[in-house]
Design a protein. Sequence first.
Length: 264
Amino acid sequence: MLSGCADRAGITDRGRYGVDTSIASSSQDERVRYLVMHYTAVDDGASLALLTRGTASAHYLVSSAPPLINGKAVAQQLVPEDKRAWHAGISEWNGRSNLNDTSIGIEIVNPGFTESAAGKRWYPYAPEQVELVARLAEDIIRRYQIRPDNVVGHSDIAPLRKTDPGPLFPWAQLAERGIGAWPDKHVVDKYLAGRAPEADAPVANIQRALVKYGYSLPLHGKADEETIRVISAFQMHFRPANFSGRADAETEAIALALLEKYRA
Ligand SMILES: [Zn+2]
């Protein structure tokens, strides 16, 4: 009788059987390995509807103006962290695919971009949103021990399909708080090696560096449409002032600095 085992530590009664949890294996880690940032591209009402009644979902939703309750900004949790949310879709990062299986997704209400004759116009995130995302991310990263290079944008893991969280997502600001990866400036300068930042760089070098860092792209040395899109996604994250997708010296130097820091 399991009910008679109350004096045995580590026995859990599961109704029709019991389990002994007194000895734990040393070989284990977290199922959650990635944190993925998104913008919703629609307003608060539409975001909530899409993420709760459609075929997409996310663990957390940060509204355009997060409410303060008891003096604290509040995010909406739509999916428990131990359940899979459907935010990443077909995705790849650093040799892994289908990141829905192994990630937490944060959706942030932001229009994304609008097209005009002058090109794409992007929309900044509100400081209150950034602060809430930072606190949420710090907590998730700490609890699951997520590596900095595994805090990514949707555009990093699905660069041919997605542009979120966009070039105005404050990756540099978050990295200063220990959230996500960022290259060290003096190491970028070392790899620039006196070249002008906008000087042409070999496409093959950048393809090789980006693949090694985690992006999925071909290694044929040609600046085809796919390569330009992936380089642009990388630039949007790490050099948002210019994300044309062109293979330039600064892009190569940033990629090499990231490899030195996170892939050594
Ligand atoms: Zn997304």
